[in-house]
Write a protein that binds this ligand. Sequence first.
Ligand code: CA
Length: 710
Amino acid sequence: MNYKKSNLVKNGLLIIIGICLSISCEENEKITKIIDDKAIADENQTSDWLAYGRTHNERRFSPLEDINVNNVADLKVDWFLDLPNDVGLVSTPLVVNGVLYFTGTMNIIRAVETTTGKQIWEFDPKVRDAIKGKQQIGWAHSRGISFYEGKIFTATWDGRLIGIDAKTGKEIWTAVTFDPNRSLNITGAPKAFKGKVLIGNGGSEAGPARGFVTCYDAETGKKLWEFYVVPGNPADGFENEAMEMAAKTWNGEWWKNGGGGNAWHGFTYDEELDVLYFGTGNGGPWNPRIRSPQVDDNLFLCSVVAVKPDTGEYLWHYQTTPGEAWDYNSTMDIVLADLKINGEDIKAILHAPKNGFFYVINRKTGKLISAEPFTEVTWASHIDLKTGKPVLVDGARYDKGPIDIAPDAWGGHSWHAMAYSPQTGYVYIPTLHSAAKYSDKGVVYEGWQSKEFSGGIGVGLSPADKQFSNHPASLQAIDPVTQKQVWSIPQKDFWNAGILTTGGNLVLQGRSDGKLLAYNAKTGEIVWTYDVGLGISAPPITYKINGRQYISLLAGFGGGYARGGIDSYNLGWSYRTHTRRLITFSLEGTATMPVLPPRHFPKPIVDANFKIDEEKASKGMNEYWKCFGCHGDNMFSGGMAPDLRASPIPLIKETLTAVVREGALNAMGMPSFPDMTNDQVENLMHFSRKRAVDTMPDYEKSIKDNITEQ
Ligand code: CA
């Protein structure tokens, strides 16, 4: 490993040189490691947690074994930090040279002491101001930051990539990664490697998006290269040969709706092979017959793409879902593992995208080794290992009428981190089991057009007639060599958090019901449970400082599903009721954490004096699409924003107008919609009152069920 002496005190000998006077000498006594690729790739280093997936291999496995399956029952809270202004917390903290860095709601980054939680600095990129006045969905989230040679990198929802001095928390450079007037967004952690930083973006449902990733110089923020995921209009010429090749798999005028493929999450740098991989997103729109009428593969949608890290030059791709039709992003984690399969040493990629198949891919060649379903899969019968392509079930693309499809658009696995333990040899996948009915009934193909901030998907979605599983989620261990499930723990609630696995034979995972659990990594036996008192959506990390192993976790229900809907509402994590926290555990911990309030179900306000106009309410339902991304499906809030049925604001038209149109609550994070007419505001008001009345029985049931459950 590479060490730099940041101090000038060595072996009791004080060396004074002129430079000491011009730089800060506060950090004396401390040896500061230079965090370069060698450091980030080192699997044996355990004092820090240097990158999103711990190392460049993205395994989320730490060899630490001080906390292990035999003593984890003694795990206690060591310290905690209350985060009263945060909402959704989904990110992986980093620990570098004994400092813990994390990104909270609205990309606010904090540096805190690893052994006390005491704040060192805070960096606020003012995302609220940057998005003011724009419709943004679930805009509060970020999954992480990255660190390279003394700098922290964050990417904001509104598209800025920022390099920050890790010591001072001061901005060094900012790069604007897309036109802020586009309906794109960033929720992912940038990938820092080889003196560069890579970032992509999301938004294929919000407008005509053509996915791309961009690479910047880590030192200066200068743009180095860009790679488009799907081809543009051939009349404009192709950017490279890869785009020319990809264009052969499209037809019609796909570029008018962008095509999609947004790369918003899985970025992996292979330090050993010096290759960069990224996962790509779903089609824009989802309906393939709008996108490209003679349905074809549509490269590079739903793929793992390998490029040269210095130039972005295409190397190979593997497409998990050709002719994508269901929002089956392949943006999920790209985990690197060395496997022995049939006696052969394989440098493998492990990948569990939304489409429900778990893939083992040879990362030297891009060739598929194996693919088996890890959840209920009804859209394809299997993956043909000869062609590497899925064999579709008749009518799966809803071309023969409405059809129940599993997985649904939440996927068999979303961005919640999976983990791989070289010790057990298993991958651990936070799995979802859910189906939906897909239909193109009523879709007008002629002239279908995606527009900025009002995109659309070109598909009708409704609840499936029946679910294919009797539980909505599970945690499972799979052997990637044999593709056999080793163990599986069914879970009662949807949307559970990402995984940490350790040399102590442990698997740790938080759940949306507020419990943090430790499992025996070999058997799946539950060996420890701790009630955090608030839904968990972020994965734990572990590190060792001064001989003590710590486990840190951000607690704060978040992500797309947390916006709401009846099931999410029923978890009871209502807006600002439960203080968000950064919690750190150790075997020696003695902290007492105040208990959070019990689950809370906002009660709809029924105003007997308010006469609901059914026609206005019905029109208001159409206006509500601007609101559902934060306030929840069917107006059931999941805790990301106030439940509008229970809020007094929509009761008075002047107040509602001030908030919705004039931005009275911009400072609280509520965007404004200046173009809304008086009638539209009034319609929204009637819709909110109708939902309050209609859902009173649901509220009463939630209260009753919760009491029964206790
Ligand atoms: Ca999507």
